[in-house]
Design a binder for this molecule. Structure first.
Ligand code: G3I
Length: 386
């Protein structure tokens, strides 16, 4: 077993005491041999990290509260992203309150371990993910309504961004394209302000609050068949941003592999490599950088046998990452969680045989899986970028 002392000392492991010393004492955790994923990524000009969650104040229900999980994060990650804690439905219990406590815990952990922090998300522009009080908020009518809506949105973004000046990469708008037909979703904001103006306002507010941060449009259009309308809608959106001079720096490609939208017409789930390259070429051709923001593998349709399943998941991931990392515009890779038992995929489209999924880079005993090695190999094979 190789302990990555260089990574740990870079983070001031010994100097931190308290929580960090406790992490160092966890027995029985297997560590991956060789350099950390953060170090492998960094050697190629990339950044690697993961989503992590924090429970409500006073609870210990977040993944951050599991010492085994925290140890994996410290060992492997250069950046953390709050999985849910910056979403309106967590941050904004009402129109006046900002409940930063949960995200603050993650920010403190990242700081203590010398990891960067990225932000997800300032506007998940989908009514389902608005807090109940906002879903039917009455902004009134006409120009006054537009002004009130704009005031609420800009105030939210200005305050959240100012609270985390260390965040240098923001998912400003998340998932506003309807995968069924590629249209922009309607919300109370867009009803009051107009769809494009709502999205543009969010990016302008983020730019004003964080002039140097990378501003990202994030969505889950994938390379599988069934995503054609979704991809086309995202490209149209990106073109519109460029035409209107909206400050968007990058496309966040979520990269939930194998998780095509089951509701999409003609969904087959098979990768369409040629069409996918054309999509990525168009986005990069417009000058957008790329981030793989929520990487994991939905093994729903893979064999039950663990070795065969792991091999299939790792092969799929390696092929995908090789393709994506070949684009020098790809700057960051974020895993959407690092330990299988906590993955959101356990509850999403369960396997027919009822077996737990092996969707992330570490199994339930905190041991690295072949998927972790596929990511490491892809980083090693990737061309360097600035
Ligand atoms: O914390 C409560 C718990 O107190 C309660 O008992 C329980 C009952 O449902 O819910 C818990 O909250 C859940 C939360 O995750 C924390 O686990 C919510 O119901 C559940 O809806 C929420 O799901 C999150 C989902 O986004 C919706 O916000 C997933 O964790 C998170 O992984 C997922 O992440 C999204 C990205 O933000 C955007 N892209 C897709 C990705 C996967 O769906």
């Amino acid at each position: 077993m190789t302990f990555r002392r260089s990574v740990l000392s870079r983070r001031g492991f010994m100097a931190l005491g308290g929580a960090t010393a406790a992490l160092g004492a966890i027995p029985g955790l297997a560590q991956a041999a060789g350099p950390s994923l953060a170090a492998l990524a960094k050697a190629k000009g990339l950044r690697f990290g993961s989503a992590v969650s924090a429970g409500p104040p006073g609870s210990n229900t977040g993944t951050l509260d599991d010492p085994g999980y925290s140890r994996v994060l410290v060992d492997e990650c250069g950046v953390l992203v709050p999985e849910n804690e910056l979403k309106w439905y967590v941050l904004r219990p009402d129109a006046k309150t900002f409940a930063f406590e949960r995200a603050d815990r993650i920010a403190a952990f990242a700081k203590a371990h010398d990891m960067a922090l990225r932000g997800h998300t300032l506007l998940w522009h989908h009514p389902k993910w608005f807090p109940a009080w906002l879903q039917h908020y009455d902004f009134g009518k006409g120009p006054a309504a537009a002004k009130t809506a704009e005031g609420l949105l800009v105030d939210h973004i200005a305050k959240v961004v100012a609270h985390y000046p260390q965040i240098d990469s923001w998912d400003v708008v998340n998932e506003t394209i309807d995968p069924k037909d590629g249209s922009i979703r309607h919300t109370v904001f867009s009803d009051a302000m107009g769809q494009e103006h709502t999205l543009d306002t969010a990016f302008h507010a983020a730019r004003a609050a964080a002039p140097k941060a990378r501003l990202v449009y994030n969505d889950y259009m994938g390379w599988e068949a069934g995503n054609e309308a979704h991809r086309a809608g995202v490209l149209k959106l990106l073109e519109g941003f460029r035409k209107r001079g909206t400050p968007v720096d990058a496309l966040g490609v979520q990269s939930h592999l194998g998780t095509e939208d089951p509701a999409a017409p003609g969904s087959l789930g098979k990768p369409q490599e040629k069409a996918w390259r054309a999509f990525i070429d168009e986005a990069t051709g417009m000058g957008y950088d790329l981030l793989l923001t929520e990487f994991d593998v939905n093994d729903r349709d893979m064999p039950a046998d663990v070795a065969a399943r792991d091999a299939a998941g790792a092969a799929l991931a390696k092929a995908y990452l090789d393709l994506m990392l070949d684009y020098r515009q790809t700057k960051e890779v974020l895993a959407w969680g690092m330990v299988d038992k906590y993955s959101w995929l356990q509850g999403f489209t369960p396997r027919k045989d009822g077996l737990p999924k092996r969707a992330t880079l570490y199994d339930d005993a905190y041991k690295p899986t072949p998927l972790r090695e596929a990511v490491a190999a892809a980083f090693q094979a990737a061309p360097a970028r600035a």
